[in-house]
Every structure is written in structure tokens, then in C-alpha cells.
Design a protein around this ligand. Structure first.
Ligand code: ADP
Length: 172
């Protein structure tokens, strides 16, 4: 999977054409990565988000990137972890699928994801990593346009969880 990378850092500094925001369903900003993206993009991002009428969990909507290096932000509300019996795994998989599909529709060739749902929404990071990596790898297997997908992890534990999953897909 030479088009998929796991890195450690701050997603607002990613040089990809699009970055994904782990948003909430209002799309009106929040804490964590959402707050960082809005701060770095400037107030025009919120103005555009206000026109979108929110977004359902697992779905995705695209805006401009304004002051970010990224041309686009793809906003996706991840599921809140409620023990695992409320469709959380499928909803998280939908986040990755829908972001990647939307990117393809806009001919985006490089994209960076944060670890959706594993912050305030408390999704267990190992399980989240296995779902995210599975969806990214399966998308890339069926797609020729996408040149680079980055997972940008904010801390060591998150980085190690995603990197361990990525390594499972490297053929021996
Ligand atoms: P959610 O509400 O979907 O759980 P959070 O923003 O609370 O979203 O957390 C999701 C992940 O994003 C966590 O691993 C958190 O540490 C990480 N994170 C927070 N800020 C940034 C950032 N600037 N860049 C990349 N990841 C970030």
C-alpha cells in the first residue's frame, strides 16, 4: 500500500489537497481537531458551514479550505461510542467511505484524515484504526486516481494503533 501513510502531527499543517474534519452533526464547530481546523482556516469556513444545514453521522460534506494549505475540507461527523451495540462500527466505516467517495467526485488526489471519533467521542482507538485502515485500503484497491492518503495522528498511542494496522496490509 505505497499510497497510504500514517504520520504523527497536526492535520492543519498537512499539505494535502483536502483534509478531513472530525466534525459534529451541526457542522458549526467544536473542540479537538474541529476547533483547530476552524481556527487555522479562519471565520469564512464557519460562514460556509452555516449554509450546509448540518450533516448526518457517517455522511460527508465538502467546503473550501480558506486560510489552510488544503484547498478543501471534508467534514464528517463520526459516531459517539455508546458501547458498540448502536451501529458505531458501521457508522465509522461510512465516514471513511463517504469522505473518499466525495474526494473522488471532486478529483482530489491527496487527502489527510484525523483519527475520527477517538477523541471526545471515545471510540476505542484500536477498533477505530482497524476500521479506518480497512476502508482506506479497500478504497485504494479499487481506485487509480487517488495518489496519497495520510492518517495524521496527534499522539503516540494513536500513531502506534494506526501504524500497526497499516503494517498488517503490507505483503510479506
Ligand atoms: P471526535 O469528536 O470525532 O472524537 P476529536 O477532535 O475529539 O474528535 O478527536 C479525534 C482525534 O483527533 C483524537 O485522536 C485527537 O487527539 C485528534 N486531534 C486533535 N487535534 C488534532 C489536530 N490538530 N490534528 C490531528 N489530530 C488532532
Amino acid at each position: 500500500m505505497e499510497r497510504f501513510y500514517v504520520t504523527k502531527g497536526d492535520i492543519v499543517r498537512a499539505k494535502t489537497q483536502a483534509i478531513v474534519n472530525a466534525a459534529n452533526t451541526s457542522l458549526l464547530g467544536g473542540g479537538g481537531v474541529d476547533g483547530a481546523i476552524h481556527r487555522a482556516a479562519g471565520p469564512e469556513l464557519l460562514l460556509e458551514c452555516e449554509t450546509l444545514g448540518g450533516c448526518k453521522t457517517g455522511e460527508a460534506k465538502l467546503t473550501g479550505g480558506y486560510k489552510l494549505k488544503a484547498q478543501y475540507v471534508i467534514h464528517t461527523p463520526g459516531p459517539i461510542w455508546r458501547g458498540g451495540n448502536w451501529g458505531e462500527e458501521e457508522l465509522l466505516a461510512n465516514c471513511y467511505k463517504n469522505c473518499l467517495q466525495l474526494a473522488r467526485q471532486h478529483e482530489i488526489t491527496t487527502i489527510a484524515f484525523p483519527s475520527i471519533s477517538t477523541g471526545v467521542y471515545r471510540f476505542p482507538v484500536e477498533l477505530a484504526a482497524s476500521i479506518a485502515v480497512r476502508e482506506i485500503v479497500s478504497f485504494l484497491e479499487n481506485d487509480q486516481q487517488m495518489e496519497q492518503v495520510l492518517m495524521v495522528c496527534f499522539d503516540d498511542t494513536t500513531y502506534q494503533a494506526y501504524e500497526a494496522e497499516r503494517k498488517k496490509y503490507i505483503k510479506a
